[in-house]
Design a protein around this ligand. Structure first.
Ligand code: C5P
Length: 222
């Protein structure tokens, strides 16, 4: 089915992007990291010193901005007005502010428009917070990926250590919990499990095991 879509939603640090990338690779699907799009806008807004509470101004900035997700040699790169911002969008100040930027309805409406356009190109895996509930409510496969907050903080901690970034486990745990809270309590298209999503708790599963479960779902349903 050329239209097959896989939606992977869930809280921060549950392993969505790693799993989504692997599933996309194994099935030769397009991978669309919707969080990277909100991060790119957040980075641009911070650089332009825009008030992140001002949804209208953020929307105006977004309307003037191209965000391109490229997938070359198994490396995902993010371009903002054709400048490579792949590394920048993972910085702590972007992570700390992205949920505020993503809370604005005016911003989300345009992002969702772009995400649907990208998904139209063919078979695709999308990961985010509102893919199964709002962006692609008709996706054939919907997964809600979770893990305990302790485990999610521990994974982030290891990632950051590997990159040589300073961080504390306790602080990461707080940051993750705060972001989950903002994402699931916002008024417009909050983080929420779709009624027809399959919940996978990855606390005690490897990336490969989660990917295998999702591919199993795809085989069952196609
Ligand atoms: O997935 P990632 O952690 O990179 O997403 C960063 C932030 O972008 C999330 O915490 C959330 O605030 C926002 N986001 C969203 N809707 C999506 C994807 C991400 O609101 N579909």
């Amino acid at each position: 089915d050329e239209k097959l879509k896989i939606a992977i939603d869930g809280p921060a640090g549950a392993g969505k992007s790693t799993v989504a990338k692997l599933v996309a690779e194994q099935l030769s699907f397009l991978y669309i990291d919707t969080g990277a799009m909100y991060r790119a806008l957040t980075w641009a807004a911070i650089a332009a010193q825009i008030d992140l509470n001002d949804g209208e101004r953020l929307r105006q900035l977004l309307d003037e901005t191209t965000i391109r997700l490229s997938n070359e040699d198994n490396k995902l790169n993010v371009y903002l007005n054709e400048a490579d911002v792949t590394q920048q969008i993972r910085q702590n100040d972007v992570t700390a502010h992205v949920s505020l930027v993503a809370s604005h309805e005016l911003v989300r409406k345009e992002m969702v428009e772009r995400q649907r356009q990208l998904a139209q190109q063919g078979r695709a895996v999308l990961d985010g917070r509102d893919i199964g509930t709002y962006v692609l409510p008709d996706a054939q496969i919907k997964v809600f990926l979770t893990a305990s907050v302790e485990e999610r903080a521990r994974r982030r901690f290891e990632e950051q250590q590997a990159k040589g970034m300073e961080s504390s486990l306790e602080q990461l745990k707080e940051e993750i919990a705060r972001r989950d809270n903002l994402d699931s309590t916002r008024a417009f298209a909050p983080l929420k499990k779709a009624d027809d999503a399959v919940e996978i708790d990855s606390t005690n599963l490897s990336i490969e095991e989660v990917a295998a479960k999702i591919i199993e779902l795809v085989k069952e349903r196609t």
